[in-house]
Ligand binder design. Structure first.
Ligand code: AMP
Length: 274
């Protein structure tokens, strides 16, 4: 249980309310690891494995809420992920009085984000580009960071954040604890780990997002204008088919659904405008 893993009362109460009964495998590995040592960690884990609580809970456990300095920094590739991580951490720390978590990311008015940084949050969740901007404006001070998390590190590299990440790493203390999470382990990730992480352990947890083993995948190469006919033929060959057709745009979902309905199939469209 989380209690056996040593979580403090305020955290236990919050995660119980969220319905967390038992730790997920990644949490069973990361929580005791962080409890017992200050070495770095590389974790091969996909979204859906519970990795946010995996790094979030032990960090919350160790933050000193009476110190108004940024003690933990979480880097994530996208605005959506930043907001999600920040919300998760806020939920986990609901009963920790005085704890502030702030997400900062590109694509939103920087002035609004600057206001939230007037008093430094103990935990900052950021996309690399926006964070560099804030560092240059001297609005964040990373010299008290004890914990640094690189979440979806492979995605951050794919998005071209390598140099930004290296700049950010250089602004944090050398004796920080660095936790790197990645769904894949390309050579570039191993290089970053070797270059910037010390005495790190590697762990891996099950692939939650992998396709189900008993699902067969088939693909057909057709020209765009024959796509609908191909779809119709697949449906005709499988009269009891119950399926989902994913499209790239809202317009396409409408066109495919309307076509199918006009041809007498029981279909409908679902997209963000509805
Ligand atoms: P994540 O991989 O961090 O995005 O987490 C995936 C989902 O699992 C989120 O909705 C979490 O709230 C949920 N979750 C994380 N840990 C637990 C747990 N120990 N018990 C139940 N749900 C959990």
């Amino acid at each position: 249980t989380f209690k056996e893993l040593g979580m403090k009362e305020e955290i236990l109460k919050a995660i119980e309310e969220l319905g967390f009964e038992f730790p997920m495998p990644i949490q069973e590995k990361v929580i005791p690891y962080m409890e017992n040592n200050t070495n770095d960690l590389v974790a091969l884990a996909q979204t859906g494995t519970g990795k946010t609580a995996g790094f979030g809970l032990p960090i919350l456990q160790k933050i000193d809420v009476s110190v108004l300095k940024t003690q933990a920094l979480v880097l994530a590739p996208t605005r959506e992920l930043c907001v999600q991580i920040s919300n998760d951490l806020k939920n986990f720390s609901k009963y920790m009085k005085g704890l502030k978590v702030v997400p900062v990311y590109g694509g939103e008015d920087i002035v609004k984000q600057l206001r939230q940084l007037d008093t430094p949050p103990q935990i900052l969740v950021a996309t690399p580009g926006r964070l560099i901007d804030l560092i240059e404006r001297k609005k964040v001070n990373l010299s008290f960071v004890n914990f640094l998390v690189l979440d979806e590190a492979d995605e951050m590299l794919n998005m071209g954040f390598k140099e930004d990440i290296e700049t950010i790493l250089s602004k944090t203390p050398e004796n920080r604890q660095t936790l790197l999470f990645s769904a894949t382990m390309p050579k570039e990730i191993a290089n970053i780990a070797r270059k910037y992480m010390k005495d790190y352990e590697e762990i891996a947890v099950g692939k939650r997002n992998a396709g189900a083993e008993n699902v067969e995948h088939i693909y057909y190469v057709v020209q765009a204008r024959q796509r609908y006919l191909a779809l119709k033929r697949i449906v005709d060959l499988n009269p009891d088919v119950y399926g989902i057709v994913f499209c790239r745009t809202r317009q396409e979902t409408k066109e495919v659904a309307e076509h199918l309905m006009k041809d007498g199939y029981n279909a409908d469209a679902l997209h963000g405008d509805l």
